[in-house]
Write a protein that binds this ligand. Structure first.
Ligand code: ADP
Ligand code: MG
Length: 301
């Protein structure tokens, strides 16, 4: 027979906007020794805004329009930010409010996971993405750009570096508090992200996680979680949770003992795979879920 307390626990969790897909996960939550999390959309709002554009050998306005044209083929939060910026006319050409990118020809688009986009825009070969993307295609750029603690979206036109967008996200207000609480309960906290290391370090320090890794491809996140799981293997009762939201997070959400998803911004694949879904995307709910697990255990045993 199933102990009644578990139904109480799942009900209590759902009243807090936490969906638990089975009583076994409430029990596993009480055994967590490591909580691994994604950055974008999990510890930060995942709502990007362009702060600045620097164009080389082209007008900033024209660069923004060409980049936005290519980004219309992507659903990444960065794409949304650049399209919004170009559509509103940025800061520089505010009066004009032109959406020229809507009329541009865009062909041969390839989205390269963890890198960005390649395509032909108005007959010109274009790259839009991170340092790894430009390196992959042998395009040279100023190394100093990789040290700036902002997300930098670089562009190349016909094989030449043509400028970059500085993009910022915001840390969620309850992120640091929940990390502090998890640490006080003896849980190790680790942040894994596909974003550049300088940004991950800045956010990692600000929220106070024990360990962080940036510039990760989706398969690198899997390797990292496997490594952390192995280091827990000696004690069979020590469990690991992963909290994420992006489509890239689905494999690690599946791999973790407890896979948790932020339900609001989250991709369908990740929500489907998750064992626990935090509907309102508040990191504080990670600690709430653990507390409900503990309380439920006390009633049952
Ligand atoms: P995360 O793990 O932070 O969710 P992603 O794997 O989604 O990261 O993306 C990693 C990086 O790849 C981004 O930070 C960005 O630099 C680059 N990138 C991915 N898609 C795009 C895009 N559509 N436009 C520009 N850059 C992109
Ligand atoms: Mg993400």
């Amino acid at each position: 027979s199933i102990p009644l307390g578990y139904f109480g626990g799942i009900g209590a969790a759902s009243r807090h906007g936490i969906l638990v897909k089975g009583s076994v996960f409430l029990d596993l939550l009480t055994q967590l020794k490591t909580v691994v999390m994604d950055k974008t959309g999990t510890m930060t709002k995942g709502v990007f805004a362009v702060q600045d554009v620097q164009a080389i050998g082209i007008e900033p306005k024209q660069l923004a329009q060409l980049t936005a044209a290519l980004e219309t083929k992507s659903t990444h939060p960065i794409a949304t930010a650049i399209i919004e910026y170009a559509g509103r006319g940025g800061e520089i050409w505010e009066e004009q409010k032109e959406k020229e990118y809507e009329t541009f020809s865009v062909e041969n688009v390839e989205e390269i996971p963890g890198h960005g986009l390649k395509g032909t825009v108005e007959g010109r070969t274009m790259l839009v993405g991170n340092a790894k993307l430009l390196q992959k295609f042998g395009v040279e750029f100023d190394e100093a750009l990789t040290k700036i603690p902002y997300t930098i979206v670089m562009t190349a036109l016909d094989g030449k570096f043509s400028g970059y967008f500085t993009i910022a996200d915001e840390i969620k207000s309850d992120a640091a508090e929940v990390i502090k609480r998890l640490k006080s309960e003896g849980i190790r906290t680790v942040m894994l992200s596909g974003d550049k290391s300088a940004v991950v370090e800045e956010v990692g320090r600000a929220v106070g996680v024990d360990e962080w890794h940036g510039d990760l491809l989706p398969e690198d996140k899997v390797t990292q979680v496997e490594r952390l799981q192995k280091s827990l293997a000696e004690s069979p009762k020590a469990k690991l949770a992963f909290v994420g939201d992006g489509v890239n997070d689905a494999p690690v959400v599946a791999l973790a003992d407890v896979g948790m998803a932020m339900g609001g911004l989250g991709s369908d694949a990740t929500i489907e795979t998750a064992d626990v879904i935090i509907q309102n995307d508040e990191p504080a709910k990670i600690a709430t879920a653990i507390a409900i697990g503990r309380a439920t255990r006390r009633i049952v045993w």
